[in-house]
Write a protein that binds this ligand. Sequence first.
Ligand SMILES: [Zn+2]
Length: 413
Amino acid sequence: MTYTLSGGTVLDGRGGRIPQGTVVLRDGRIAAVGAAGQVPESLEGERLDTTGRTVMPGLFDAHVHVLSHSGARPYSPRTWPVTTFAEEQLLHAAANAHLALECGVTTLRDMAGGRAEVALKHALDDGVLPGPRLVTSGFIGMTGGHGDMFFPPSLTRRPFPVADGPDACRAAVRAHVRDGVDLIKICTSGGVLSLGDAVAWRNYTDAEVAAIVDEAHALGRRVAVHAHSRAGIAQALAAGVDTIEHGTELDEELAAGLAAAGCYLCPTLTISAYLVREGASHGIEAEALEKARAAHARHRDAIRLAWRAGVKLFAGTDSCNAMPFGQHTSELAALVEDVGLSPMEAVVAATSRAAEACGLADRTGALQAGLAADVLVVDGDPLADIRVLEDRSRIAGVFRDGRLLVERGLRRR
Ligand SMILES: [Zn+2]
C-alpha cells in the first residue's frame, strides 16, 4: 500500500522542519521525504492532504508496564496483579497497547516483563492486534529488592522474579534472552511504589550488577536500570549500563558522568507528578505517597541538571497499575515546562532519541527514507503548543509499519 501525505509541516524527528513537505509511504516503509516539488508524489495509492497539520514520526513511550489494569471498573493497583490470572492481565495489556496507539504512540518499551509481554509483542508484530511495536524487557531483582517488595512477603505468587548472586543473575539473564526479550531491566536502588523498603536501599552488589551487564551485553542485550539514589545511579554508571530510569537524585558530578559515558536517561516525570497529584485517590498507600512526595521534590531539579550537562533524555511516562495508560504524551509537556527543553527538543526526545536509547534507530524514530513508516498526523502545531499532542481528538492519523491503524478525519485529495 502507498500513501502520499502532502501540504503540511513535516518534522523529521531529528530537529528538522519542512514547512510544506511531502512524505511518501510505500510497502511499510518511508519511501521519500522532502519539500513540496522535490519529492515526486506517487500517483498510486491514497493521496492525503495534510495542509494545516503536522506530519511527524510516531511517538515513543519508552517506560511503561503494559501488563496493567485497563478496565473501567475500580481496582486495587496493589492486589490486582496477584489476584488475577496472567491470561486475564494479558488481555488488559493488549487494550493498553491499543490505547497508547490511539494517543499517537507507535513504540512502547515495557520495563518489567517476561513471557506475557513477549507474546503480546509477537501478536502486535503479526498484525493479530492493532498496536504499537513493543520493546520487551526481562526483569531481574534481588530478594527484598524494589520489584520483590511490590507485594506482601506472605504471598507465594511474586510477579517480579528474583535472582541473588552473580551466577544466578547470569542464569536469569540467559533465561530471559532465551524467551526473546529485547533488553534486561534491573534495579540499583529501592523504589517509590514498593512497600517496606527505602529508596536509599542498595539493590544488588557491584559484582551482581557487573555479572548482569556482562552477560546481557555478551548476548546483544541492553541493560536498563531503575535508579533513584545517588549511590544507585553511580553504581549503574560505573557498570556501563545503557539507560538510567528515573534518576531522581542526580547531582552535577553524576550528570557529567552520564553525559561523558553517553548513557541515556528516561526521567519519567509524568508518574512523579501524577503520584503526588492523584496517587491518594487512586488507592496508593500513605507509605508510598510519602516516598513519592520526597522524590518529586528533587526530581525536576535533578533532570534540569542532567539536561544542562548534556545528558541524552528520552521520553517515558511509567504508565502502570498506579497510573493508567492514556497519558503518554504528557511527558513531552513535562520536558518542556519542567525541564526547559524546546518543543522541538521534546519531540526529538520522544522520537529519534528514544529510538537510539532503545536500539531501534536503524528501524524507526525518524522520517527518513528506508525507515519503518511509523508516522503521526497531528491536527495542529506541536512546536507552537506541545500540549496539542495530549488532545486525542487531534491525532488525525497513526501509521505503524505503513498500516493506517488510527484515523480521525484524514482528508483525501
Ligand atoms: Zn517503571
